[in-house]
Design a protein around this ligand. Structure first.
Ligand SMILES: Cc1cc2nc3c(=O)[nH]c(=O)nc-3n(C[C@H](O)[C@H](O)[C@H](O)COP(=O)(O)OP(=O)(O)OC[C@H]3O[C@@H](n4cnc5c(N)ncnc54)[C@H](O)[C@@H]3O)c2cc1C
Length: 492
């Protein structure tokens, strides 16, 4: 039986592990933390439950397909529920919009802001769907190692149709005249940790993912997803070792032959790094073995944005909140300039608040709120010392939420935790604290990622947000699928 070692028990690693175990490989995962799930993590305290990472599941068919591949029924592992409304949007002048996958409802909501934009909404979504369908059969179905295949005439015409020099913001200006409606559709750039003023219009495919395919939540909390995959992996015979950091990938004659943990070498026929691909090259692979990804080259792979998170238990209910809420800043451009150009936290940021107890009463004591508050933040650099600044930033965010109508929030908090980009960097070995891996702030960025199969080291593969096709739950599950399929092919 061929052996595979996977570094990291994030979703990309668990996805690859389940598939390979089902296909007859002997699979072992080494995870540095005490729990599995990577950036999908949780905190449970004083009657409150919080997810500390992802809060929204999209493209649920990708998760479903993993269970089907393994011969199981997802319903036996997870209860996936629809979020309605998908998201409630607030602006500082009191305007509010509920976005729903019932398109007539959303159309009516947009109409209240700008009737012409409501008329363009379906046209925009039709374009979004077309872009998604092309991406689904090209980028989301093939690894970057298949680039020559993707450039064949069969796909090339389609790929050229969705590749563009235009930014997402420029694209959205072509459809929507209201700055508010544009801001709403610009926000989708943050689903891969990028700026709408830099990311290409190709990512206008994301609104179809949400409005067309739906927004979902795992009852019990999003951590139920890695828990379900852990159960599935163990049932298939995968061995999982937590608190087992890999110190090095052992390479002989240009071939990965195992890993070293706690000074001991474990041999394997194949190695998959689910650990951040950039960090893996930087820290786990000897410099002499790196023919392509030198430190200088790695430095040019811009990380995605990071996140500043507040977990707030409040002894009060805020009925104006839906499950997902966005409180928009007044100047979106200034916000992204601060994050990506100045590498400073935005002074007036857009704030995301997730109140899972709207869908799932078990998440907070009766009459209380468990609020997950997320603000896009710059990846770590010399421009910010979060230890020094986190308290003031926390105060400014809470004040802003109070101004948006969450009155008395500060005084109602009876549990609190702050998570900064430095925490994401330390806890998950995430490149500069990035939460989605590598940014897509450039037309070629998608092609410059570390590919799923190392080009310079044999038998080494990558799965996770910093490799192809990118960050976010469905894409890292797909990256695990691609790595597993490549190993099967190499084995055959
Ligand atoms: C705050 C936040 C909000 C988010 N919101 C959403 C959302 O709403 N929807 C969505 O789809 N996505 C969201 N994401 C992104 C999504 O959570 C990630 O893209 C995804 O979970 C990353 O999975 P991964 O496979 O890349 O692995 P990771 O989660 O990065 O896991 C990698 C694992 O490798 C381990 N590791 C690293 N180095 C070593 C080593 N040397 N030895 C052993 N183990 C090692 C780490 O400890 C970690 O467990 C969010 C992320 C964050 C942080």
């Amino acid at each position: 039986m061929k052996t595979v070692i996977i570094i990291g028990a994030g979703l990309g690693g668990l996805s690859a592990a389940c598939r390979l175990a089902k296909s007859g490989f002997s699979v072992t995962i080494f995870e540095k933390n005490e729990t599995i799930g990577g950036k999908i993590n949780y905190v449970e305290a004083e009657g409150y439950k919080f997810d500390t990472g992802a809060s929204l599941l999209t493209m649920r068919h990708v998760l479903n397909e993993l269970f089907v591949f393994c011969g199981k029924r997802i319903e036996d592992y997870l209860e996936i529920v629809r979020c309605e409304p998908i998201c409630r949007y607030f602006w500082s002048d009191g305007t509010r919009l509920d976005a729903s996958d019932d398109l007539r409802k959303t159309e009516k909501e947009i109409e209240k802001i700008e009737p012409d934009d409501a008329a363009n909404f379906r046209r925009y979504l039709a374009d979004s769907r077309r872009k998604y369908e092309i991406a689904a059969k090209t980028f989301l179905a093939h690894g970057l190692n298949d680039l020559p295949q993707l450039l064949r005439p069969k796909y090339l015409k389609d790929l050229l149709a969705i590749s563009t020099l235009k930014t997402l913001d420029a694209h959205n200006r072509g459809y929507f005249s209201s700055p508010k409606v544009r801001q709403l559709f610009n926000r989708f750039a943050t689903y891969n940790g990028s700026s709408p003023y830099q990311t290409p219009a190709t990512f206008a495919l994301i609104p179809h993912v949400e409005f067309g395919l739906g927004a979902w939540y795992a009852r019990g909390g999003m951590y139920e997803i890695p828990k379900a995959l852990e159960r599935l992996a163990r049932e298939l015979g995968v061995k999982i070792y937590t608190e087992s950091a890999v110190e090095q990938i052992v390479i002989e004659n240009g071939k990965a032959i195992g890993v070293s943990t706690g000074g001991e070498i474990t041999a394997a026929d194949f190695v998959i790094a689910n650990s951040d691909a950039v960090e893996t090259y930087r820290n786990l692979i000897d410099k002499n073995e790196r023919k392509i990804f030198t430190d200088e080259k790695l430095e040019k792979r811009e990380p995605s944005c990071s996140g500043f998170v507040l977990l707030l238990g409040a002894k009060k209910k805020y009925p104006r909140l839906a499950h997902h809420n966005i409180f928009f800043s007044d100047d979106y451009k200034a916000e992204f300039d601060a994050i990506f150009r100045e590498k400073r936290p935005a002074a007036n940021p857009t704030i995301y608040v997730c109140a899972t107890s709207r869908t799932d009463e078990t998440q907070a004591p009766e009459g209380h709120e468990n609020l997950f508050v997320l603000v896009n933040a710059p990846y770590t650099s010399a421009f910010i010392d979060w230890e020094k600044e986190k308290r003031n930033y926390r105060d400014s965010i809470i004040k802003k939420l109070e101004n948006f109508g969450l009155s008395g929030l500060n005084n109602s908090i009876d549990f609190e935790r702050i998570i900064t980009p430095e925490d994401f960097e330390r806890k998950y070995n995430a490149n500069k604290g990035s939460i989605y891996g590598v940014s897509s702030n450039g037309i070629f960025s998608a092609f410059l990622r570390v590919p799923n199969k190392a080009r310079d080291i044999e038998n080494l593969y990558f799965a996770g947000g910093a490799t192809h096709p990118g960050g976010g739950i469905p894409l890292v599950l797909l990256s695990g699928k691609m790595a597993a399929e490549m190993i099967e092919k190499a084995h055959r």
